[in-house]
Design a protein around this ligand. Structure first.
Ligand code: 1CP
Length: 364
């Protein structure tokens, strides 16, 4: 494995391992993206997936928020997309401007169209290369997060062929073809395991699994369909930690919208950190999960349009709520979902400053 510069700020790693920290580390989902003028500038000359596939460009964009918010951010996340996994499995994915699959999986017969085996190093080696050059360029300032979509969220895109409000196609697959669905979910999970192991080998220091559509399933369907594939991922990674194939890194799961399943997910899925959306009070979430996991989140991303007074008040409230939930493991400050394109980057800076101010251990 490559030698990397020593890490100067391990706050995020400590909180993710469940330690109480002197203040909450902070990063935001989609922190490298369209709200940044420097990102839009690069996008003028390059297609979305071209950036993902060009390690130097992916590195530049990953570093943009780290440079802009120097000293305020405690983590970086590699610039890529969850949909590179369906691409690696043989599906065509376009970005115009949202994701579009020209040839989605309409029925289980279409599973035949997926590649029989996936050579992850060949298909996704560009992500590994991007991770290695980015980790070097970060020069130990903050840890680098690798990521993947959760199998259910990827399955939904592969079947729907893009974004959806109703999830009609993907959920009717689950109900009409339960066995084929379970098989496909585990097949996606196996690709994710190899992909995530490759990311750690390349230099990722934490891993986040985005289950953006977890909340679309009723609790018993989440348990029946999504949970086994989430377990397959955590178990696969933990096996490779135990054998020494890769160093142990914290595992974050973001099961967006699945607030009625938090107890199940915390005790059964096998992750170190659960990401919360803004629809649950942090103190209540802490009571539900006990001290099993660290927590991440959870300010409503739309609060960033509310003006600085409102942001400050909300961060103060959120910090108190994360501290007041009883036995405290770690807390990673974040939004409850990705930052949206219209945010003023200076309002995000204010959010970071407020987290630094109000999350410290001596605030009570
Ligand atoms: O034109 C553009 O530049 C496209 C906008 C964009 C960006 C900046 C897309 C298309 N993806 C990304 C980057 C991205 N996607 C990152 C980069 C790292 C960072 O966070 O800074 C990450 C982690 C993702 C993950 C991702 N992609 C998720 C999970 C997180 C979430 O927000 O729920 C999902 C659901 C996607 C699919 C996707 N890719 C892009 C869009 C617009 C979408 C969502 C479409 C939809 O609503 O269905």
């Amino acid at each position: 494995m490559t030698d990397f510069p020593p890490l100067k700020n391990d706050l995020l790693l400590r909180a993710a391992r469940g330690e109480k920290t002197e203040r909450a580390p902070v990063w935001v989902m989609r922190q490298a993206g369209r709200y940044l003028p420097e990102f839009r500038k690069v996008r003028e000359d390059h297609e979305f997936f071209e950036i993902c596939r060009t390690p130097e460009l992916a590195k530049e964009i990953t570093l943009q928020p780290i440079r802009r918010y120097s000293g305020l951010l405690d983590g970086s996340i590699i610039f890529s997309d969850i949909l590179v996994v369906p691409q690696a499995m043989g599906m065509e994915v376009l970005m115009n401007p949202g994701p579009h699959f020209p040839d989605p999986l309409n029925t289980p017969a279409d599973i035949e169209k997926l590649s029989k085996t996936v050579d992850v190093n060949k298909e996704l080696g560009y992500v590994f290369e991007a991770i290695t050059v980015t980790r070097k360029a970060l020069n130990g300032e903050v840890p680098l997060i690798g990521f993947s979509g959760a199998p259910w969220t990827l399955f939904a895109y592969m079947v729907e062929g893009g974004g959806t409000k109703t999830f009609q196609k993907s959920k009717s697959w689950l109900f009409k073809y339960p066995q084929e669905s379970k098989d496909l979910l585990l097949r996606i999970a196996d690709v994710c395991v190899e992909y995530l192991i490759g990311q750690v080998k390349a230099g990722a220091q934490l891993l986040q699994i985005f289950d953006s559509w977890a909340g679309e399933l009723s609790p018993h369907h989440l348990e029946e369909f999504s949970l086994p594939s989430l377990q397959r991922i955590s178990e696969g990674l933990r096996k490779s930690f135990a054998s020494g194939e890769i160093p142990t890194v914290p595992l974050i799961l973001f099961p967006k919208g699945a607030n009625t399943s938090l107890a199940t997910v915390a005790s059964k899925a096998g992750y170190d950190v659960l990401g919360l959306d803004w629809c649950i009070d942090p103190a209540e979430a802490r009571q539900i999960v006990g001290d099993k996991v660290a927590l991440q989140g959870n300010m409503d991303p739309v609060m960033l349009y509310g003006g600085r007074d409102a942001i400050e008040k909300e961060v103060k409230r959120m910090s108190a709520a994360f501290r007041n939930g009883g036995p405290s493991k770690g807390w990673i400050a974040n939004l409850g979902h990705g930052i949206t394109p219209g945010v003023d980057p200076e309002d995000l800076r204010w959010f970071f400053k407020c987290v630094h101010k109000y999350s410290s251990a001596d605030q009570s």
